[in-house]
Write a new protein. Structure first.
Length: 186
C-alpha cells in the first residue's frame, strides 16, 4: 500500500500462496489449484510493475522500447493465470444461467488472455466477479463454528485478491505482449 519493499512483499506473497497450496492440500483439487494460480497471476502483475527501466545517459528523455524483456513475459503470464479464476466459474452443463456465462464469459476471458480491449473487459469482469462473490461467498450469513463459514470466507478473500489483480490490468495495461500494445504501436 505504501509502495515500499514491494518486491519483498511479492516474494512473501508467493511463499504464502505456495504454503497455502500445500497446507490445504489444494494441489489435488483442480478448482482450488486454478484459483491459487490466479492469485499467483495477480502477484506476478504486481511484481512486473516493480521492474525498472534501463537507465540511459539521456536523463529525463523518454525512451522507446526500453522496458525490461522479462516484464512483458511476467505481464503475459499474469494475465493468463488471472483467467483461471474465471474458468472455475464456468460449468459446461447447458442450463440458462451457465449458457450466459459461456456466451459472455469465454469471449471476455479470451480477450483478457490476448490483451484485447483489456481495460474495458477488465471493468466488466470486476463487476461480474464482485456480484458473484457477494452472492455466493456470503460467509457473514453463516455461523463461525461451521465449516462453510471458513470455506466461503476463504473463497471471498481469494476472489477479492483476483479483483485486485484485474485492477492492476486497468491501471497499468496488459503489457508489451498484447493486442492492445500492437494496436497502439500502429
Amino acid at each position: 500500500m505504501f509502495r515500499k519493499n514491494v518486491k519483498e512483499a511479492c516474494y512473501a506473497l508467493f511463499f504464502i500462496i505456495a504454503l497455502q497450496t500445500v497446507g490445504y492440500s489444494i494441489l489435488w483439487d483442480p478448482k482450488f489449484l486454478a484459483r491459487n494460480l490466479a492469485l499467483v497471476g495477480a502477484v506476478l502483475l504486481l511484481y512486473s510493475e516493480t521492474m525498472q527501466e534501463a537507465r540511459t545517459i539521456f536523463a529525463g528523455v523518454p525512451s522507446m522500447g526500453d522496458e525490461p524483456k522479462g516484464k512483458q513475459y511476467l505481464q503475459l503470464s499474469g494475465r493468463l493465470l488471472l483467467v483461471l479464476m474465471f474458468m472455475t466459474l464456468i460449468h459446461f452443463d447447458f442450463n440458462s444461467r451457465n449458457m450466459i456465462y459461456i456466451i459472455f464469459g469465454i469471449p471476455m476471458i479470451l480477450m483478457v488472455a490476448v490483451g484485447y480491449k483489456t481495460k474495458l473487459v477488465s471493468i466488466t469482469l470486476i463487476v461480474a466477479l464482485f456480484i458473484h462473490n457477494m452472492r455466493y461467498n456470503n460467509f457473514w450469513r453463516h455461523s463461525t463454528k461451521t465449516y462453510i463459514f471458513d470455506f466461503k470466507k476463504f473463497d471471498f478473500f481469494q476472489a477479492l485478491s483476483v479483483i485486485g489483480g484485474i485492477i492492476q490490468l486497468i491501471v497499468y495495461g496488459p503489457g508489451g505482449l498484447s493486442v492492445d500494445d500492437r494496436l497502439k504501436a500502429e
